[in-house]
Design a protein around this ligand. Structure first.
Ligand SMILES: Nc1ncnc2c1ncn2[C@@H]1O[C@H](COP(=O)(O)OP(=O)(O)OP(=O)(O)O)[C@@H](O)[C@H]1O
Length: 269
């Protein structure tokens, strides 16, 4: 990456430390191009929202970054090193963790066991091994700390399937952060929530991502303005803009891209 010239003539700033770099990323499903040369730079420690019309390719991009889908071409760097071709667990162990649009918890396990299971997976232990690890003190302590962070300590012993929807989403965030990843991907963390639930979720996400890098797919402008330092706009598989929330809201090209999206609600983009 090249150094860039600052506004003060003559002084050269060092390049920012990038947590995630997408370089001309392409992905086809069959003959259909879904991601069409996406480029994106996410600075370490920033919170980014990824927005775009339905079907723009947001989940696909998450699947590419987290290693669930292989790239067709281009490159993805995590903290400066290519992760193209790496498996999801390898990428996780290099410090990137993601949540899913559909909740990804084990409904029959207790809330505590869900967090502990995620923690052990991120440490490289299989589920069967985890059964024999009830006494693993550090892991249990870390799991308790995560429960405290997500406000579910009082619910630790109940089956996760019995939690309310908002609590399940909080547990999913706990599962995502359990391993201590520095780069967090959240897919629509406030989808389906009431306004007050979404506000609580924003506070939780803010708290658990302090000092970390966050990339989240989000539609709710209230959430985006509350939480995001930058907003990246994906339209037909290309990032057409990446800027502050204010700049994105007044960006003509972004506005045009959303015209005709009649299904979008008043508070959504
Ligand atoms: N595994 C797959 N096989 C074939 N096509 C797929 C696959 N996954 C996604 N697609 C297609 O890729 C396109 C982009 O889908 P994707 O889910 O990434 O969009 P999105 O921006 O996340 O949409 P939404 O906001 O509705 O969740 C869609 O046309 C979808 O049908």
């Amino acid at each position: 990456m090249s150094a860039h010239i600052s506004a003060t003539e003559g002084s050269v700033l060092p390049p920012p430390n990038l947590a995630i770099e997408l370089i001309n990323v392409r992905k086809n499903f069959g003959k259909t191009e879904i991601i069409r040369g996406a480029n994106l730079h996410i600075t370490q420690g920033q919170r980014h929202a990824l927005i775009g019309p339905n079907g723009a390719g947001k989940s696909t991009l998450f699947n590419l970054i987290s290693g669930r889908f292989p790239l067709d071409s281009g490159d993805i760097l995590l903290n400066g090193t290519s992760i193209a071709g790496s498996k999801p667990h390898q990428i996780n162990r290099r410090g990137l963790s993601r949540s899913f649009q559909i909740t990804n918890i084990f409904h029959r396990l207790s809330v505590f066991e869900n967090v502990r299971c995620a923690l052990l997976w991120s440490l490289g232990y299989g589920y069967s091994f985890w059964h024999r690890l009830n006494g693993l003190k550090d892991v249990n302590e870390r799991a308790e700390k995560v429960l405290e962070e997500i406000g579910l300590q009082a619910r630790r012993n109940i089956e996760a399937g019995l939690l309310s929807y908002a609590e399940q989403r909080a547990l999913e965030i706990g599962i995502t952060i359990a391993g201590g990843a520095e780069v967090i991907l959240l897919d629509e963390p406030t989808a389906g929530m009431s306004r007050s639930e979404a506000e609580a979720a924003v506070e939780l996400i803010r708290k658990v991502t302090i000092g970390k890098t966050l990339l989240m797919v989000e539609h709710d402008m209230n959430v985006i303005f509350d939480l995001a330092d930058r907003v990246a706009v994906l339209v037909y598989g290309e990032i057409i803009a990446c800027d502050t929330p204010d700049a994105i809201r007044s960006n003509q090209q972004v506005q045009q891209a959303y015209l005709g999206s009649a299904a979008q609600s008043e508070n959504s983009v």
